[in-house]
Design a protein around this ligand. Structure first.
Ligand code: G
Ligand code: G
Ligand code: MN
Length: 414
């Protein structure tokens, strides 16, 4: 099954009757098996998929292995509906459980379809679009999607980024910056928030606002979060070796709360780095907690019982149902930067910041103000009893390598 000879679109006239679908088949289980059971079992999975594909193929259909976890199938003349039916048949054949290392495993896959010539005239364009389409099919859901031809530029860019993100995680294109947090009263550096950045080989710096949602939609957020956790622990390990370390706060997404392996993975990572739960803290946004309160309650309780400090992030922007706060074992509230940044010019913001501090204290919680951009805001916060602050007037997010040096030269007069 080689790529060569696969793509013989020898007709240039486009008509429905000559339409040929190209299927991108993504084997979602592949990476997991490679990472947990080893490459040999990963290879066996691919061989089994190839065998199943061969039996599923009908006359005139050609298959190829195009990338580690992806296959392509070129169908003979067919319209979109027939292509979808063929794709579903293939998914059914692939879905049979498979025995590897004595375990019976589900083979999750999804299929994206691009149609020649409407979605592309050459093999590269078709392969790219079928690939983009499989992300639209949803992660690991045994589903099929046809390339949405008339995407606007913005959507095309987003989907291309999604495709690139999978590679980024493996190719060390991600990095963490660390933004210091300060004790308002003493001016002591008391922690740092890990903030992810993506250095894209073509687009340069991509901010998390642009790719965290994408990662969630593409089913990649678990791998991003695991990457962040490992990178933060590696940094903390270096800090512990070179001097006085402060805790690093890692942001979790709502998808992470539904990850059944989260707790186990966190514990394993601590063991790997010889780390204590005091090395790492977790931030969860208010809206992420409200998405599924019972699940959030359970996971937060487990994290709390393990000894991690927990923060409610972006407080004030979510649902602000106060009764839920009492039911969550959190330690800190982080007041959203939109209120803090404006609190000198906007009376409402000031009232919100001040009453959130009081509310938190009445509930036995401490407060971090984010987005502190000036000394005068810092002084107001000190007067209102806010415990910690984070923002540009202390420091922008900085690379881990520079953190210790920054910390030892940083002076804050109180
Ligand atoms: O650093 P910046 O202001 O660009 O961050 C924008 C948003 O992205 C913030 O809300 C922040 O919480 C989120 N973010 C930054 N790093 C991570 C991360 O590692 N994981 C998740 N889930 N969100 C992050
Ligand atoms: O939502 P979360 O708290 O995780 O996001 C923190 C983000 O806020 C960081 O990505 C950082 O870039 C940004 N940030 C940090 N300090 C300031 C600040 O003083 N002003 C503004 N406008 N943004 C800030
Ligand atoms: Mn945060």
């Amino acid at each position: 099954m080689t790529q060569q000879g696969l793509w013989c679109f020898n007709d240039s006239k486009s008509s429905i009757r000559r339409q040929r679908p190209l299927l991108h088949i993504e084997i979602g289980t592949f990476r997991e098996i490679n990472e947990t059971l080893g490459y040999r079992e990963g290879d066996r999975l691919l061989q089994e998929v190839a065998t199943r594909l061969r039996t599923a193929l009908e006359e005139g259909q050609t298959a190829a292995h195009i990338a580690e976890s992806s296959f392509a199938v070129l169908l003979p003349k067919a319209d979109a509906a027939r292509a979808c039916r063929a794709a579903k048949r293939i998914l059914d054949t692939l879905a049979e459980p498979l025995e590897l290392s004595g375990l019976l495993l589900d083979v999750d896959s999804s299929i994206g379809i691009a149609l020649f010539p409407g979605h592309g005239n050459d093999p590269d364009a078709l392969l790219r679009r079928a690939n983009v389409a499989h992300y639209q099919a949803g992660p690991l859901n045994k589903r099929v999607a046809i390339y949405a031809g008339a995407l606007d530029n913005e959507n095309t860019q987003r989907l291309t980024l999604m495709t690139d993100l999978r590679r980024a995680i493996d190719c060390e294109e991600l990095l963490l910056l660390y933004q210091p947090k300060l004790k308002v009263v003493s001016g002591r550096v008391c922690g740092a928030e890990a903030l992810i950045r993506w250095i894209h080989p073509e687009h340069g710096l991509v901010n998390p606002d642009r790719f965290i949602k994408l990662a969630e939609n593409a089913g990649l957020i678990t791998r991003v979060t695991y990457w962040v956790l490992n990178a933060a622990l590696r940094e903390s390990y270096a800090w512990h070796n070179s001097g006085e370390a402060v805790p690093i706060a890692v942001n979790l997404s709502s998808h992470d709360l539904r990850d059944p392996n989260l707790l186990g993975h966190i514990q394993e990572s601590l063991t790997t780095w010889g780390a204590q739960p005091t090395w790492i803290q977790f931030e969860l946004t208010e809206s992420c907690l409200m998405e599924d309160l019972p699940v959030a309650q359970k996971v937060l309780q487990q994290l709390h019982d393990l000894g991690f400090k927990l923060f409610i992030d972006d407080f004030g922007t979510g649902y602000s149902s106060l009764s839920y706060l009492r039911r969550l074992p959190v330690d800190y509230i982080k007041i959203d930067q939109s209120f803090v940044t404006n609190m000198e010019s906007d009376e409402d913001s000031a009232v919100i910041v001040r009453s959130t501090i009081d509310l938190a204290h009445n509930l036995g919680l401490e407060v971090v103000a984010e987005g502190v951009e000036s000394r005068s805001i810092m002084d107001l916060l000190a007067g209102w009893g806010c415990e910690e602050a984070q923002g540009y007037c202390i420091s922008k997010p900085i690379p881990g390598n520079d953190f210790q040096e920054w910390k030892s030269s940083f002076l804050w007069s109180v």
